[in-house]
Design a protein around this ligand. Sequence first.
Ligand code: SAM
Length: 225
Amino acid sequence: MRIDIVTALPKLIESPFNDSILKRAQEKNIVEIHIHDLRIFAENKQKSIDDYAFGGGAGMVMTIQPIDKCISHLKSQREYDEIIYMTPDGATLNQKLANKLSLKGNLILLCGHYKGVDQRVRDHYITMEVSIGDYVLSGGELAAAVLADSIIRLIPGVLNDETSALTDSFQDNVLAPPVYTRPADYKGLKVPEILASGNKKAIEQWRMDKALERTKERRPDLLGE
Ligand code: SAM
């Protein structure tokens, strides 16, 4: 998979990809991350990427020219499955969407700033709009990092234990069960005995029961209740 991230603040988005699982995914050549600085594509002298909103009002708007130049350049190099604009009024990111996008080959993620991008960008260049939740961030970079992380960890070979992502919350419309590690007894706080019993079938059943219990308690909506 290849993910191109288009941003006015490249430094802001670099670090999540330089550590841990996302870094290893690149080292294993499973995913390529390319970050593009929008200012490089601006054709005006000042290299500005924003302007006042037509009709007045508070806040600047990101202009169409550098975004057009950057996206057109990328599209001239290869085909993209989706060109995604990160925006609070987009479809809310969930595990189903992350699963769907993890099967794609090439994605562009466009990060907005200020009041957002000129509507003509959304109308003519963007194929999908994604929000990471009902709140407003200052820019799309953190949202793009969240989206990219949720997608990349699902690609086979990225996690050391392939089954790990499959047993995470939301994967089967249930939350994950509780997890414990050593020591089995910490100052009298004990791990449920069944987990140390070695009885794989019973442990599996316990985990399923606990996952269901937790889901009923915290997210009954996932069970259609
Ligand atoms: N005026 C916009 C609105 O009310 O919908 C908000 C603009 S916000 C201050 C600036 C940028 O941050 C957006 O263009 C978008 O790229 C990003 N952003 C903010 N909140 C987001 C969210 N919940 N999900 C995805 N991107 C978000």
